[in-house]
Design a protein around this ligand. Structure first.
Ligand code: ADP
Ligand code: ADP
Length: 227
């Protein structure tokens, strides 16, 4: 669970990028974070990745205060968090398989585990046939699915997606969102920063709206009446 209490972040000049943010994200939630450019969404993501520390307040993830983590603890914490970016950030000089295997090697997985886990995530994103392709041979939608597979291969508890559909056409955007939903249904907590209000409305999830560094709305999706 993520507990954000009284978090502000200033970059030193001008108004704070985030002001007195308070929110909790429970295990297994799917949350959209929306807001105009400059509203603090990237700052929020960077704080959750501990690329930045808050100027004030605390971020506690699964009972660990991120501000207290040293480099070793930070490395361990980051294994819990898979990240997906707008621009995919795949390594262009190696194939799909190696792009994903690389993340496993970093955490010291055995060759056997690597094979098994890469095959598992490629199948999950529907790209088992493409493991020998280079990113340059893939469409944008396929590249983002590879990036998602890479984010998932170490079995993270959390997925953070920063404008994951920003470079994709509507059809591929939907495909990525449906995959994120499926991953969430399998138990991963998913946080998605996006501008795509059409998708946000249709998905019917919790939506946190930011404006000039302030949380102005936090609305649950409508209850699904399946009980
Ligand atoms: P968003 O992701 O919603 O566009 P950001 O978190 O990037 O918002 O930015 C929030 C505010 O913080 C903006 O006013 C932006 O100009 C400012 N900001 C972001 N990064 C920096 C930085 N490295 N140095 C100074 N100001 C920054
Ligand atoms: P290297 O560092 O030598 O590239 P990798 O661990 O990345 O080693 O991969 C070894 C090779 O195994 C890959 O290039 C890939 O083509 C191949 N491979 C074997 N089995 C599979 C599989 N089930 N799915 C994908 N690739 C596989």
């Amino acid at each position: 669970m993520i507990k954000i209490e009284g978090v502000s972040k200033s970059y030193g000049n001008g108004a704070p990028a985030l002001s007195n943010l308070n929110l909790e994200i429970e295990e297994g939630e799917f949350v959209f974070v929306v807001g105009a450019s400059g509203s603090g969404k990237s700052t929020f993501i960077k704080l959750l990745l501990k690329e930045l520390n808050p100027t004030e307040g605390t971020i506690v993830v699964d009972d660990v205060n991120l501000s207290k983590l040293k480099s070793r603890g930070t490395a361990k914490y980051r294994r819990k968090v898979g990240v997906v970016f707008q621009d995919f950030r795949l390594l262009q000089d190696r194939d799909v398989y190696s792009n994903i295997a690389f993340a496993q090697r970093v955490i010291g997985a055995s060759p056997r585990e690597i094979k098994k886990n890469v095959a598992r995530v490629l199948s999950l994103v529907g790209l088992s046939e493409k493991y020998r392709s280079n990113p340059s041979e893939l469409s944008g939608g396929e590249q983002q699915r590879v990036a998602l597979a890479r984010a998932l291969v170490n079995k993270p508890q959390y997925i953070l997606a920063d404008e994951p559909t920003g470079n994709l056409d509507p059809e591929n955007s939907w495909e990525i969102m449906k995959l994120l939903e499926k991953i969430n249904e399998q138990g991963t907590t998913v946080i998605v920063v996006t501008h795509n209000m059409e998708i946000v409305k249709a998905m019917n999830k919790r939506v946190i709206t930011m404006k000039k560094g302030v949380k102005v709305e936090d609305s649950k999706g409508e209850e699904q009446t399946d009980e």
